[in-house]
Design a protein around this ligand. Structure first.
Ligand code: HEM
Length: 272
């Protein structure tokens, strides 16, 4: 026997409606896509931060994702397939997130007034999450489209050229701040919502969770800023040879006969 609710609409229509499970299912989907994206970003940070180990390390990670060590040669379109998957999950998560955003200025003002009155940490955290989520609609989409359409332009020099000479660093800086705050708060809210790590004293576990959350966010922000600084440094040093690809270990790039700001001669065959 289905439970029913009587609802009186504004125009006075009395209607019997089925209690929908859809909102709960959408919440579950939002949690699942959020969890996937947060864990993906931890892995992503490890891959792009490989530049801190060295150019060869980042080159190796890049070639790994192009399938070079599995298939004996590189297929950059493999990266596009992964990006397409991440982009789909990113869009689904964003669409589900929009359900919770204030949909009018009046709602926004009411929420802000509530937040100021409550001075409740988790309510303020939610506002930061909504704000950073909104920012990533734009910042994340630009990055993902560049990765989707140019998977063959990833590498120690290619990425550094994009960050410095391609002026991607301001976007990456804002995106880094947005994704680390959003992801950190998101994982914390997931843990609270689904009762993970709750233990016998929920209030104490929640306080501990919050410390862990800020610790992880601080660590990832520091690592991300160091990584961005590394790409900027390489990009600055390489600013006169934009477009030249990084030669793997054991192969030296042809000397730049002009030694000038003019772009370098196309790389010899076998140099990627
Ligand atoms: C499969 C999907 C993705 C791929 C293949 C990818 C690839 C890359 C690569 C190669 C870089 C190094 C810089 C460059 O080459 O321009 C980078 C940097 C970055 N990506 Fe992604 N990315 C992906 C998804 C995302 C998502 C979903 C976000 C956040 C919403 C993100 C945020 C960033 C940030 C903030 C940086 C700068 C990192 C730093 O220097 O600290 N990426 N990404």
């Amino acid at each position: 026997m289905l439970s029913t609710l009587d609802v009186i609409e504004g125009v006075g229509v009395r209607e019997k409606v089925r209690k929908s499970r859809l909102p709960a299912r959408l919440d579950l989907l939002q949690s699942a896509t959020g969890l996937f994206l947060a864990l993906f970003m931890w892995a992503h940070m490890a891959f792009v931060a490989s530049i801190l180990i060295g150019k060869d390390a980042m080159y190796t990670v890049t070639k790994f994702f192009e399938g070079k060590y599995l298939f004996g040669q590189s297929y950059p379109w493999l990266v596009s397939i992964v990006v397409a998957g991440v982009l789909t999950i990113f869009i689904v998560h964003a669409a589900l997130g929009m359900r919770k955003m204030p949909s009018s200025y009046r709602q926004y003002r009411a929420f802000r007034a509530h937040m100021r009155m409550m001075r409740h940490d988790d309510t303020s955290l939610w506002f930061v999450q909504a704000y950073t989520g909104f920012a990533m609609f734009f910042l994340g989409s630009v990055h993902l489209y560049i990765m989707l359409s140019g998977p063959d332009k990833i590498g120690p020099y290619a990425s550094a050229d994009r960050v410095f000479s391609g002026w991607m660093w301001p976007l990456y800086l804002l995106l880094l701040l947005a994704v680390e705050f959003h992801g950190g708060i998101g994982l914390y809210r997931l843990a609270v919502k689904w009762g993970w790590f709750e233990g016998k004293d929920p209030a104490r576990s929640r306080a501990r969770l919050k410390h862990v959350k800020w610790g992880i966010t601080g660590f990832l922000l520091a690592l991300g800023l160091l990584t961005l600084a590394a790409y900027l440094k390489i990009g600055y040093e390489h600013r006169h040879r934009v477009g030249e690809r990084y030669p793997p270990a054991g192969i030296t790039a042809p000397a730049d006969p002009a030694g000038s700001a003019a772009p370098a001669a196309p790389a010899a065959p076998g140099i990627r």
